[in-house]
Design a binder for this molecule. Sequence first.
Ligand code: NAD
Ligand code: SER
Length: 317
Amino acid sequence: MKKILITGALGQIGTELTLHLRNIYGDENVVASDIKPSVPEGELENGPYEVIDVVEADQIAAAVKKHKIDQIVHLAAILSAVGEAKPNLAWNVNMGGLFNVLEVARELGCAVFTPSSIAAFGPSTPKDKTPQDTLQRPTTMYGVTKVAGEILCDYYYLKYGVDTRGVRFPGLISYVALPGGGTTDYAVDIFYEALKHKRYASFIAEGTYMDMMYMPDALNAISTLMEANPDKLVHRNAFNVTAMSFAPEDIAAEIKKHIPEFEMTYDVDPVRQAIAESWPNSLDDSAAREEWGWNPQYDLASMTADMLEKLRVKLGL
Ligand code: NAD
Ligand code: SER
């Protein structure tokens, strides 16, 4: 049985991924870790937890040795909007953390999964059906660390044989943990505001298309690629994956089908709008489909219906 260490496990993805992987591999075989001092009350308490600052390589190595880890899922990172406000922090955590994880993996014989992002693309990248292999000149610090991270993971595979794998996630939509400061967060905020106040002021402008995905598909992407036959993987570290592409007015119209009184206005944030405009409108994810069977289940309509149903219960509405 695999023994897995997750870094950044108390964030938007890790909160759900920890439980998803524990369902597959067993509670004791999936060690959650984060810089935060403790796990929130609830299901996450059912398995091991370590406090790890990924900037400190010795903390990662100590946990890998203590728990006899053979796979690291590295999620700790600073996302796009926070990264633009704090570029030094984004560089130190995203590059320093990944380098430390790869070094520990090389020395102690672990496989590594770490997500890249649509942020690894930039304004000169083809915007529609963005190819798997194309120009990558991102203009955000987050994007710089993501494209550098993709290449660094390739390097550790080619030079040292570390089994590195990853996907370029689009904006992830979920109801369990809140997003951690990204540009695509509007597509989560809108659900909370629609249910609580029946209105939402979008910080992303009308007509701005970005790729998105519902969390259950993202969790399956990670566990499927982790288990994929390595002989079939040509693009190990940076598979384009997507499930839908929409602009703010599209998701508003979908929500209105369930909450007819819902009204959307715009209060555009120039920083996050500029980031969004530098990213693709829609990705071509055919390499992921061909190389490891990527096949998302949720589109805009089914994601919206499920989000509203689950959030109503969570918010007690
Ligand atoms: P998040 O911001 O929700 O969570 C990140 C977690 O990392 C937090 O719990 C935070 O406490 C922790 N962390 C921060 N600094 C740390 C440090 N120095 N040491 C240890 N932990 C630290 O992020 P997320 O949305 O869960 O994203 C996880 C990964 O997926 C990141 O690499 C992110 O770039 C990538 N990704 C996310 C999305 C998305 O829409 N959520 C999209 C594309 C890629
Ligand atoms: N959802 C992420 C962000 O907006 C994309 O990587 O930062």
